[in-house]
Write a new protein. Structure first.
Length: 334
């Protein structure tokens, strides 16, 4: 690893200022606090692993504080995975706060204010661009500043792997251009906030199946218009496997695929019955609700409702009362 800062190289009176500058330049704008009159020592080393950055921090008691002003000043859009190897560290972000001990993992995002209050500590920081986490980024962002205990669950296996990876970068046994290992870190980070990882979270409850099914149906409802709505995207958005997602619908009347199809057809029916859309091409209505192929849509529609979309529209328009002005005119003519 490359030594980014070693306060032992300067006079004691200059060490804390050097440390504050090093953190801001190596990560992002941040204000650092420390106990008054306490001596300070710190060492920061860093290395790259593909698109990821790994830092090794050993320092005396201090408290990096990232304020709203700091966020406005600069934000790389990173998620930090903290693996504490020695000491204690309290992380606070939004309405969440927890204290990590040796072996625990904590997540922090750079795009929102946070505070880290640490005693003398040895800390590994894996800095991951949020864009590489895709649809998982938003869910992970809601799990920051929560202690993931390192003595049980998935974290008990992920922690030693991350620690060994950092040691390998330091001694040269791990190549900094090993993209496969970087992908592994990203996958493990996603897993930490999925069902296997959430089992180890002290303050987070795994959503019961009923609540998860409700959340999935709500997500489907809000994304029906997307032709790319598939089990894989739905599962990724809810941090479950596609197998688990399909199991949620086993007790339902419709399978997941049929449920999506059914809701799309219902939305199309609503639009076809709407007199305000009487002049809108049926192909446009079908496309708006995720049906790319009109012939497939017509066949599915006929199978489900026993009539074509055109016949449903005509039937609905015949039953629609004439506008108020037209009714008045007809009454005058009589």
């Amino acid at each position: 690893m490359t030594i980014l800062c070693d306060t032992g190289a300067v006079e004691p009176c200059d060490r804390f200022e050097l440390w504050s500058q090093a953190l801001a330049s190596s990560f992002f704008p941040v204000r650092v606090e420390r106990p008054p009159k306490a001596p300070f020592n710190g060492r920061l080393a860093g290395h790259s692993l593909g698109p990821l950055q790994i830092f090794h921090v050993t320092a005396s008691a201090s408290a990096p504080v990232r304020t709203e002003a700091c966020v406005r000043e600069g934000d790389p859009g990173h998620l930090q995975v903290h693996l504490l190897r020695r000491g204690r560290c309290r992380a606070t972000q939004e309405d969440r706060s927890s204290e990590a001990r040796a072996g625990d993992i904590t997540l922090i995002v750079s795009s929102r204010p946070f505070t880290l209050r640490a005693s003398g500590h040895d800390l590994l920081i894996f800095s991951l661009p949020l864009r590489l986490l895709g649809p998982y980024a938003r869910r992970i962002g809601r799990s920051t500043a929560i202690r993931i205990p390192g003595d049980r669950g998935l974290a008990a296996r992920v922690g030693p792997f991350l620690s060994g990876l950092a040691d390998g970068l330091r001694d040269g046994s791990v190549a900094p251009d090993d993209v496969a290992l970087a992908d592994g870190v990203l996958a493990l980070t996603r897993a930490l906030c999925g069902p296997s990882g959430l089992d180890g979270l002290g303050d987070v409850r795994v959503t019961p199946s009923g609540g998860l099914l409700t959340a999935v149906k709500s997500y489907i409802e809000n994304h029906l218009h997307e032709p790319g709505l598939r089990p894989e995207t739905i599962a990724a958005a809810h941090f479950v496997s596609t197998r688990h997602l399909h199991k949620l619908f086993e007790a339902e009347e419709l399978t997941l695929f049929r449920y999506i199809q059914h809701r799309r057809l219902q939305r199309c029916c609503d639009d076809l019955r709407d007199p305000g859309r009487a002049d809108e091409p049926i192909a446009s209505i079908a496309a708006r609700w995720g049906f790319r192929n009109r012939d497939v849509f017509t066949r599915l529609f006929r199978t489900s409702y026993g009539m074509t979309p055109q016949e449903l529209r005509a039937q609905a328009l015949q039953r629609t009362p004439p506008p108020f002005q037209a009714r008045e005119a007809a009454r005058d003519d009589s």
